[in-house]
Design a protein. Structure first.
Length: 275
């Protein structure tokens, strides 16, 4: 019997991007139908609009209804939370964000990813105050969180110990601009793959697509992916299966859907036909 593994979901950031029309989206597809199409080619989408402003409950309900069963949205947390000088004072903003309509997604609500500025350095006390504010439930549904830290001061064992204590995932960024480390924390792995290139139809060359597919399989079984940077040496306790969310985002954005689709194909995912 194969060892247990978490679920693997692969996608892109958002679904409205003009260069995807005629590239990822079929010619003539109405913009209003783009989410329906994308959600049947991919298995997850990171909603970025929530970072800039609160969305309406009706919007979340519309997105929920446009997507098939099993599809999941990850949600980027509000910049009005993460851009604060004192994170421990963000309780009211977090509450307002959580109450903005996320519950309308129901079982399609995936992790909330909190992205910090490149200038935000690690303050252990204040960052713990922030972690204490993150809700674990929303109307009875479990809520999971990931943090994307972009200052090198976070690349410490102290930071890892802190997020592990609160069960919060760290974002692995395949990037040459931001700190990149693949140490696990929490019960999920959240990867933002940011090095797509225009010269490859699939964003990354075929061998790298196979690498990401294999990395996702290993992460899902709780195993380390070979060849990725870490803060700590990989240990060998009993592997802990983890859900995996991998998003091709940034880089040559026009290639992101091709990269996600190629990775899903390598994982055996079959697109869903639109009736």
């Amino acid at each position: 019997m194969s060892p247990p593994a978490g679920a693997i979901r692969v996608g892109i950031g958002g679904w409205v991007f003009p260069p995807w029309r005629g590239n990822f989206y079929p010619e003539g597809l109405a913009q209003k139908d783009e989410l329906e199409y994308a959600s049947r080619q991919l298995s997850a989408i990171e909603i970025n609009a929530t970072y800039h402003r609160l969305q309406k409950p009706a919007s979340f309900a519309k997105w929920r209804d446009a997507t098939p069963p099993g599809f999941v949205f990850s949600i980027k947390g509000s910049q009005y939370v993460t851009s604060r000088r004192v994170l421990g004072e963000a309780g009211e903003s977090i509450g307002r964000f959580m109450a903005s309509g996320l519950k309308e997604l129901g079982p399609k609500l995936g992790p909330i990813v909190w992205q910090f500025a490149t200038t935000k350095a690690f303050d252990p006390v204040d960052f713990e105050d922030f972690l204490k504010l993150l809700p674990k439930k929303l109307d009875g549904q479990t809520v999971r969180h990931a943090v994307e830290v972009r200052h090198p001061s976070f690349m410490t064992a102290e930071f890892l110990a802190l997020v592990r204590r609160y069960g919060v995932a760290t974002v692995f960024a395949d990037s040459d601009k931001y700190p990149s480390f693949a140490d696990p924390s929490g019960d999920l792995v959240y990867a933002r793959l940011m090095m797509t290139e225009s010269r490859h139809k699939t964003g990354y060359p075929p061998e790298r697509i196979r690498f990401w597919a294999d990395a996702a399989r290993r992460w899902a079984k709780g195993e380390p992916a070979d060849g990725l940077p870490r803060i700590e040496e990989a240990s060998s306790p009993k592997p802990q299966p983890r859900d995996v969310f991998a998003f091709f985002i940034s880089g040559a954005k026009e290639r992101a859907p091709g990269a996600a689709a190629a990775t899903l194909a390598a994982l055996g995912f079959q697109p869903i036909a639109i009736p």
